[in-house]
Design a protein around this ligand. Structure first.
Ligand code: SAH
Length: 252
């Protein structure tokens, strides 16, 4: 018996890993957040698997399912969106499983920020522009520590991806503009990798208006930074004058 915590990727069922697909096919019990995941992913579950939508359940009820599954010797697949290492409420479930002697395993998934970057056809780390990626969110019901305020993070001018915050786009861009400047490019991607994906491109000065006009509030990411602009230095990795472990400079 085991509880598998599965990162189900950003939405497109083809972005599930082979391992996630196999475990879904084999599991007796599948728990998913109906409000967030693409229901097409459930087509990989066994015909007689017990399915539970966690969007209306409390943590205690979910833990009860794990406990019952342990008694009955059943395998549980707990599906989360994207990857489990960010904003997944995973830790409390893992710690509880440990305490109860329930075996668990984590299957990593493709995060929504990776799908958004792919859709924008953008590399988020460009030489001479930014070599750092900040993944963050605005303070809401979950407090962000004061030292991680958006305005302070923005002063680094590193590339930033902001989760769980598009419904507060005005507050977000106000804080970001103080660090990056109003002309910095920004993209908002809604439902990255889904068939109904939408992208809005602008600057910190213009994006809030466009996003509000489009009515985008949730299941969307804000990506900001000069990596979305046009200028950068060519990568050294493929530069003819640059040697690395697997390639000598031509003529040397
Ligand atoms: N663990 C997830 C994030 C869960 S938090 C991951 O790795 O992607 C939920 C937030 O993720 C949403 O508010 C939104 O900001 C973002 N998100 C999840 N799926 C998304 C998608 N397909 N497109 C854009 N943003 C998405």
């Amino acid at each position: 018996m085991k509880v598998y915590f599965i990162g189900a990727g950003p939405g497109d069922p083809e972005l599930l890993t082979l391992k996630a697909k196999r475990i879904l096919e084999e599991s007796d019990i599948v728990i998913y957040a109906g409000s967030l995941i693409n229901m097409d992913i459930l087509k990989f579950t066994r015909r007689n698997a017990a399915l539970h939508d966690s969007s209306t359940m409390e943590l205690g009820e979910i833990l009860e399912i794990y406990k019952e599954a342990k008694k009955a010797g059943r395998t549980v697949a707990r599906i989360h969106t994207g990857d489990l290492s960010i904003y997944s409420a995973l830790q409390e479930q893992l710690d509880w499983c440990d305490k109860e002697g329930i075996d668990s395993e984590i299957i990593p998934g493709i995060s929504s920020f990776q799908a958004a970057a792919a859709s924008l056809k953008r590399e988020l780390t460009l030489p001479g522009v930014s070599q750092t990626l900040i993944l963050t969110r605005i303070s809401g019901r979950t407090e962000v520590p004061a030292r991680e305020g958006l305005e302070d993070l923005a002063r680094t001018k590193a590339t930033m991806v902001i989760f769980l915050s598009t419904h507060e786009i005005e507050r977000v861009v106000d804080q970001l503009a103080k660090g990056y400047g109003e002309d910095t490019p920004v993209a908002v991607v809604e439902k990255a990798s889904w068939s109904e994906e939408r992208k809005i491109i602008g600057t910190l000065g213009s994006i809030a208006e466009k996003v509000k006009e489009a009515g985008i509030k949730r299941q969307a990411l804000i990506i900001v930074g000069d990596v979305l602009g046009k200028t950068y230095q060519k990568s050294k990795l493929y530069d003819a004058n640059f040697e690395h472990g697997f390639r000598k400079k031509k003529g040397s």
